[in-house]
Ligand binder design. Sequence first.
Ligand SMILES: *[C@@H]1O[C@H](CO)[C@@H](O)[C@H](O)[C@H]1NC(C)=O
Ligand SMILES: *[C@@H]1O[C@H](CO)[C@@H](O)[C@H](O)[C@H]1NC(C)=O
Ligand SMILES: *[C@@H]1O[C@H](CO)[C@@H](O)[C@H](O)[C@H]1NC(C)=O
Ligand SMILES: *[C@H]1O[C@@H](CO)[C@H](O)[C@@H](O)[C@@H]1NC(C)=O
Length: 577
Amino acid sequence: MGSSGIWLAVGFAVCWCFCSMEASHVVYEDLQSISPTSVNDELKPVYHFRPPRHWINDPNGPLYYKGIYHLFYQYNPYGSVWGNIVWAHSVSADMINWKALDPAIYPSQPFDIYGCWSGSATILPGDKPVILYTGIDPQKRQIQNIAFPSNLSDPYLREWTKPDHNPVIDPSDSAVNASAFRDPTTAWYTPHNQRWSLVIGTRRGSRGVAVLYKSKDFIKWTKAQHPLHSAKGTGMWECPDVYPVALEGNQGLDTGVVGAGVKHVFKVSLDETRFEYYTLGTYYPKADKYIPDANSTDNRNGLRYDYGNFYASKSFYDPAKKRRILWGWANESDSAHADKDKGWAGVQAIPRAVWLDSNGRQLVQWPIEELETLRHKRRSVKNRNIPSGGSFEVKNILTAQADVEVTFDVGSLENAEAFDPLYATDAQALCAKMTAKTKGGVGPFGLLVLASADQEEATAVFFRIFKAQDNHVVLMCHDPTRSSTREMIYKPTFAGFVDVDIEKTKKISLRSLIDHSVVESFGAGGKTCITSRVYPSVAIGRKAHMFVFNNGAEDVKVSELNAWEMKAPEMNDDIIF
Ligand SMILES: *[C@@H]1O[C@H](CO)[C@@H](O)[C@H](O)[C@H]1NC(C)=O
Ligand SMILES: *[C@@H]1O[C@H](CO)[C@@H](O)[C@H](O)[C@H]1NC(C)=O
Ligand SMILES: *[C@@H]1O[C@H](CO)[C@@H](O)[C@H](O)[C@H]1NC(C)=O
Ligand SMILES: *[C@H]1O[C@@H](CO)[C@H](O)[C@@H](O)[C@@H]1NC(C)=O
């Protein structure tokens, strides 16, 4: 009997009551242990990370060990809504093709019998991985546990051991709210006091808090006197992440790096908005403090990795290619009942390399280069003018499963619409007001993806350029309001501003990764990113079309467009649960 037999034997209670809230998840007790009788693959993403069926949420403990990338993730082995959560485990040589292993961590001990929630991996000296995760104990308290690989000679790290001295961090020792105390970060080492540090997300009233713990031996952890960082009015901080970025160049840095030439990123997932925000700032190891730059907004008006469906992200340092990689969860936009019927829910966004923009004001993200190995049939367009109101189709590839890169040249900015400063902190509302169909001055121009032949059904990905007091403002938008005629679907416009000097560049690029029900877009080389989940009613598979459009008064030119049909990678198809 494999270890799968052991974890399958762990009991779970099915109770036929309706729904309640557990942490931040809606709990459909009547649905969480109903296995799909069949799986509807029609709109199932093909090259985004996912198991063949059932529910997934947060990416957990990504790490690189002996030539292999590991990804763990929150997974319900019994159904396609949240519940029965285990740490599922997959391995890969390139982060694109994945093999599923048995779950690494699952409820088995009093310290995690009611749940094995999110956490992180740390690589200890001597190349020894260790995982810290949040367990739910019989009192339903959130406590922090440790697990070690059982066999360090196994590059797949198939089995994990939870020592008896768990939990290693107990909320009652330190007067934190045991119902809001989760998601330990990767730990980092501070040589001056020979201590490991990590933070855990919590809240005090409406103040979001990253409580700091320290340890000499990785066994005994003590709470520091003050948190690493906190901010009023932000609510519960989930999945904090703290890491350095280099001031110059796009190489990543290992989590403990400090000193000259380095800035720090501090990210949280805000439970109240279900979006993520980050600041740039300085980490002071001796004072045990992170202080955001004065100009880096530390609340829900702040910078976001992604202005769409992207949550609970986690980064890790990839020593093989010296880069920092970001994983984030893109949840479904349909209902729990639809998820039960289709038999699957949730994907991870394409892993992204992340680095500091050369302007020092924000991060830049770009799909890892390995994704390009899936590029297959190509269509190219060069120097094609799109007159006001015009469009053209990108034909002869499967555009429902594609990677498209396009650069737009804008001519005169004379006709740019005036920017209303009321929207300065609300790109999303601006995009809701001025959609792809609203004619403009310079833009809207961009792509219609997962579109029907008559363009009646489509998800629009576009830019619109405004004239503000002293500069031009570039808005990037996802408009899925016409993406489907299905009911009970969440179809918000998502948008962000793009920090480019369009007067100088006179051009802007867009890359969109289209994967049946995922549209993941990168504006201006990854300065602004937006992910949406959409469910076409007509534009399914070979019936999906892609157009380039311009609804502005000014002509724009596609200086270059390359669109590739994507091959299907190996995607956990060997999963047996
Ligand atoms: C540890 O892993 C190695 C490599 O997979 C394997 O050869 C060995 O048998 C394993 N040891 C045990 C005790 O399972
Ligand atoms: C502790 O956290 C839970 C969950 O967020 C919340 O409902 C409760 O009010 C908090 N308790 C206190 C004393 O703040
Ligand atoms: C914000 O402050 C940091 C550090 O003082 C600086 O490097 C950065 O350029 C500033 N950004 C803006 C937009 O002024
Ligand atoms: C994803 O689903 C939509 C629609 O149900 C919700 O509105 C979002 O809150 C949810 N996002 C997360 C991160 O849970």
